[in-house]
Design a protein around this ligand. Sequence first.
Ligand code: NAD
Length: 328
Amino acid sequence: EKLGIALVGLGYYSTDLLAPALQLTENCELKGIVTGSPEKIPVWQEKYGIKDKNIYNYENFDSIANNEDIDVIYVVLPPSMHKEYTLRAANTGKHVWCEKPMAPTVADCEAMINACKSNGVKLAIGYRCQHDPNIQAYMKVAKERPFGKVKMITSAAGYFDGRTDHWKQKKSLGGGAMGDMGVYALQGARLATGEEPISVLAQASTTRPEIYHEVEETMMFQLEFPSGALASCQTSFGIQMNHLQVNYEKGWLKMEPHSAYIGNKGSMSDGTIINYAINNQQAKQMDEDALAIIRNQEMPVPGEEGLRDIRVVEAIYKSAGQNCMVKL
Ligand code: NAD
């Protein structure tokens, strides 16, 4: 029996990636939608055969509690809304998947984790890359250390966003390059070391102040890890970049792209090629998360992992705002 998934927020990611991926999944299937845009309902019903009784809006959302078709509520809204909808979802007694960045603040993330715990439901963050064997390859190097200690990391994630009036450009909705793409650069450094940073030095900038005045277009940040490893990271809504380089005492690893939907690949100084075939990243993510729920196991990428990133993201904003190094 497949778990029934309800998508909350039918924007780009739900429409173009998650709903198509849910046609490929083996452990879960698209059963419901929650939307504030009634004009989307017939389109989604036509395409995915969603029953009338499994369609909700933001007002009657909480009555999903009584719907046996739905096992998991997947929050795919702007980041500032993740906390409210995760709390409401947890209170229905359904399991919760929430998109990245988990939420704008550490306090929000903690409230989300606590709400899921106290309701006895599981919480997963949509970090699809951690389900990708190509990313798991450098996580394994961090554990097994074939090249000695990690010394230096360069990690970048960005794209050119030409939009001028989107939540990604609004502070109140949780916009900014750091939370959107910066978490991939940050994850590259965290996963390649297997450590949590102890200090942060960051600089925010913009080349399009007419668009990026509430939030940063670009963030550069340096991280220091307990082992002494250093990372230089970049993220932007104005620059196409997607790479990771890890230099160890006695070798190196390079990935490009390193956080794409498809085609993440790389190589190591000993000649190892990282290029695992993967059918559909989001389908793999959702199948693995569904299986963990079915088997009552720990989620592969739990709320705590989203919180680890936001703890660093908060320090990055503090550093950029105060123009000083921030200790964690
Ligand atoms: P989007 O703007 O395309 O969609 C957002 C949806 O939220 C829209 O359907 C919109 O109508 C709805 N919404 C409800 N209230 C809103 C409000 N007050 N303001 C704006 N929109 C409102 O955004 P998206 O790109 O689909 O991103 C949604 C979430 O998914 C974000 O958290 C984003 O970071 C995440 N995402 C993750 C990935 C990934 O690879 N894991 C990729 C893209 C997006």
